[in-house]
Write a protein that binds this ligand. Sequence first.
Ligand code: PLP
Length: 397
Amino acid sequence: MDEIKKNFPIFTSNPDVVYLDSAASAQKPQSVIDAMNDFYCNSYANIHRGLYNWSENASMLYDDVRAKVAKFIGASDMSEIVFTKGSTEAFNLLASSYRSLLIDGDEIIVSEAEHHSNFLPWKDLELQKNIKIKYLPILEDGSFDYDWFEKNISDKVKLVCVTAQSNVIGLKNDIGKIVKISHNYGAKVCVDGAQLTAHDKVNVSVLDIDFYVFSSHKIYGPTGLGILYGKKSLLDLLLPYQFGGDMVESVSLDKVVFKEPPSKFEAGTPPVVEVVGFGAAIDFIESIGMDKISKYLSGLTTYLIAKLSEISGVKFISSMDSNSIVSFVIDKVSSFDIGFLLGKNNICVRVGKHCAEPLHTRFGIDSSIRVSLGIYNDKEDIDKFIETLKKVLVMLR
Ligand SMILES: Cc1ncc(COP(=O)(O)O)c(C=O)c1O
C-alpha cells in the first residue's frame, strides 16, 4: 500500500497537501485519467448511433463497463445496471418511478441517518401521494434501532431506504438483516452504497438487495456518473423518468414503445467518457483487491481514532467501529473555525452537516468535523493532521 499514493498525480504535484475528504469525493489515479484522455484523443464518438468504427468501439466500451459494474457488485445480469449521473439522480429516478406503484396508505421506512439524497426524494413523494414515511431511529452508538424496525415493519410498508454506511457515522449496517425482515412483509429494500462501495466488497445477489445505488467519483472514478442497480423483475415494473433519444423501440404520433431496461432509463447522450473512466477505476480497485483496501483503511481508521482520542474535548459522532469515516466535535470550539484553520494549513477536512441534517439534529449538534480516508492516505497524513489540529486548538482555546 506504500506505493499507492504514487498512482495519484495530484499528490505528486501537491506534496504538502493532506487530503482527508475522500467521503466527499476521492482523488483519481493516473490510469483513470489516461483511459479518459486516450478515449478523447484516439477514438471518441457517441454510442449506439454510428455505423463507423469509433462509434462501434465507444458502444462496445460502454457496454463492457456495464458488464464490469454488474460483476463488481454481484448483479446477475448487466441489464440490471442503470447508468445515472450520480447517486442523487439514482434515488430521484427511483422515487419518481415508484410513484405509480404506490397507493393511498402505503408506507416507506427511511432511516434517520440518510444523506439528503436518499431522504428528500422520498419526502417529496410523501408530499405528492397519500403515503406515510416512518423514520428508522439511530441508537446512541450510531447503529440502527433494529428492535424498532421489527416492531414497525408491516405489510403496509412497500419500500425500506437505508444506507449501508452513513457518511457521518461510518458504521457498516446489517443490510442482510434489514433485507430479510423487509422481505418477510413483501417490502423492497433500496440501499445507499455511496460510501461502503469505496472500501467493501458488496454482493447484491447474496444479500438479495432490491435496489443499490453508488457514485463513480467516490470510488476513484470520474464525476457525473452513478449507478442504480435494480433486480430485473423490478426495473421492468418501473416507468422511465426522463424521455428522449436511445430509449425507445418505436415512436409514432399515437404510440410509444420503450426499450427494455436499462436503456429505457438512459434517455439522451450518456456520459460515455466518464463510463470509460469508471471502468478504469474498477480495474484499479481490483488490481489492489477490495479485501486489502478494506483491511488497510480499517487499520488506518483505528489509528486515527486513537490519535484523536488523545486530544482533550473530542467527542466522536462516528462509531468506534467505523471504516474510513471519523466525525467529531470539540468541546467549546467552533467546528467551522477548526476546519477553516486546518484548510489554511493544507489539511483538507469537511465541516458542516454533511448533507445529513436529521442525523445532526438527532445528536443535538449543528455541525461536525469529518475526516475521511482514501487508499492514498497513510499514518504520516494522520500525524500531520493531528499535529496541525493541536496547533489550531492552542490558537482557538
Ligand atoms: C452516503 C451518501 N449517499 C449519497 C450521496 C450522494 O452522492 P452524489 O453526490 O455522488 O450523488 C453521498 C454524497 O456525499 C453520500 O455520502
